[in-house]
Ligand binder design. Structure first.
Ligand code: SF4
Length: 320
C-alpha cells in the first residue's frame, strides 16, 4: 500500500478486511510501498514519513496482527531495489509502455508529471517486490491483473535467461470485495476529495454523510425513492446489511426523508467503527511500538529477501 495519504473506508472494506482473513490462512508480507509513493510524489515527499506511521496504525487497528504477518517498509529492505535493477536490465521497454494502467495514469493524472523513467518502471519494481519473497499468491483487484501478468513474464524471462527455475509463477488471489463509492458517487479517492477517512472523528463522519449524493429524483419527502441508485443505500448494504430491507421500504414508500435516512446510516456506521476508533486512539499514543513492529518486520523481510538475493547473485554471477 502506497503511503500517499490517510486511509479511508474504501481501504478498509477493499483491502484490510481481506488481509485480516488472509493472515489466518497464509504467511503474509504486507508492505508500505514508499518507493512506489515517491514515484508519483517526488516533487513533494514531505508527508510520506507521517503517512507511513499513520497507515500502519490503521492496519493494526483493522486487525492486521504483527504476530501473524510481516509488516515492513519497502525502502528499509534494499534487496527490493537490487532485484529491480536486475529485472530492469532485461525487461523490454515495449512491455512497460503497453501496460494499460501506465497508459491510463499518463492520461488521467494532470497534477504531476509522470513521464519519468522511474514511473515507467513501476511494474518492474512491483515484480521485484513480489518475487524477492518468491510469493505464490498475490491479493489483487482486477485492475492490477496486467501488472501481475508482467511479474509472471519477468519471472519466466529470468528463469529462461539464466537457465534456472529461481522464481515461481505467482498466481492472483482475486479478491471480491464490495466496491465502496465516495461521497459524490465516484470512486472513493483522496484526489476526488470524497472520502470518509478511517481517522475521521464522529462529528466529521456525520457531516460527510450529510453531504452524500442520494437518488437525484427524490426531491420532496413525499417522492418515492429508488434505493438501487442511491449511494447511501449502498453503504447500508456494506456496513449495516441487517437494515437493508427496512431502508428499502422506508425509501420506496417515502416513509422517511433522505436527511433522516443519512442520519441513521451515519449513526450505524459510527457504532460499527467504535472498536476500530478506540484501538486506533490507543495505538496512536505509542508511536515507538509502531516503529518496533516495523523494525521486527524489516528483520523478518530482510532475512527472507536476502536468501533470494544470494540465489540471484549466484545465478547471474555477480557477487556484490
Ligand atoms: S431515503 Fe435513503 S435510500 Fe432512499 S434516496 Fe434517500 S438516502 Fe437514499
Amino acid at each position: 500500500m502506497r503511503p500517499t495519504g490517510k486511509l479511508h473506508l474504501g481501504h478498509l472494506v477493499g483491502a484490510l478486511e481481506n488481509w485480516k482473513k488472509l493472515q489466518e490462512e497464509y504467511e503474509c508480507f504486507f508492505m508500505v510501498a514508499d518507493w512506489h509513493a515517491l514515484m508519483s510524489e517526488y516533487e513533494n515527499p514531505a508527508g510520506l514519513a507521517e503517512y507511513i506511521i499513520d497507515n500502519v496504525i490503521d492496519w493494526l487497528a483493522a486487525g492486521i496482527d504483527p504476530e501473524k504477518s510481516c509488516l515492513f517498509i519497502q525502502s528499509e529492505v534494499p534487496a527490493h531495489i537490487y532485484l529491480h535493477m536486475v529485472f530492469s536490465c532485461f525487461t523490454p521497454l515495449g512491455m512497460l509502455e503497453r501496460c494499460p494502467t501506465y497508459k491510463e495514469q499518463l492520461r488521467e493524472v494532470k497534477t504531476r508529471d509522470l513521464h519519468t523513467y522511474g514511473f515507467l518502471g513501476y511494474p518492474v519494481l512491483q515484480a521485484a517486490d513480489i518475487l524477492i519473497y518468491k510469493a505464490d499468491k498475490v491479493p489483487v483487484g482486477e485492475d492490477q491483473l496486467p501488472h501481475l501478468e508482467l511479474t509472471r513474464e519477468i519471472a519466466r524471462r529470468f528463469n529462461k535467461l539464466y537457465k534456472k527455475e529461481v522464481f515461481p509463477d505467482p498466481q492472483a488471489l482475486l479478491t471480491q470485495h464490495p466496491r465502496l463509492l465516495g461521497l459524490d458517487g465516484r470512486k472513493m479517492s483522496k484526489s476526488y476529495n470524497n472520502t470518509i477517512d478511517l481517522s475521521d472523528s464522529e462529528e466529521t463522519i456525520k457531516k460527510k454523510v450529510a453531504m452524500m449524493f442520494t437518488d437525484p429524483k427524490r426531491i420532496k419527502l413525499s417522492d418515492k425513492g429508488h434505493p438501487d441508485v442511491c449511494n447511501v443505500y449502498s453503504y447500508y448494504s456494506t456496513f449495516i446489511p441487517g437494515l437493508k430491507d427496512e431502508v428499502h421500504d422506508w425509501c420506496t414508500n417515502a416513509k422517511i426523508g433522505c436527511t433522516e435516512c443519512k442520519k441513521r446510516m451515519s449513526d450505524g456506521l459510527i457504532e460499527i467503527l467504535k472498536p476500530f476508533h478506540s484501538r486506533r486512539r490507543e495505538l496512536a499514543k505509542d508511536k515507538d511500538s509502531i516503529r518496533k513492529i516495523l523494525e521486527n518486520g524489516r528483520e523478518k523481510a530482510s532475512a527472507a529477501a536476502s536468501k533470494t538475493l544470494s540465489e540471484v547473485k549466484e545465478v547471474i554471477k555477480i557477487a556484490v
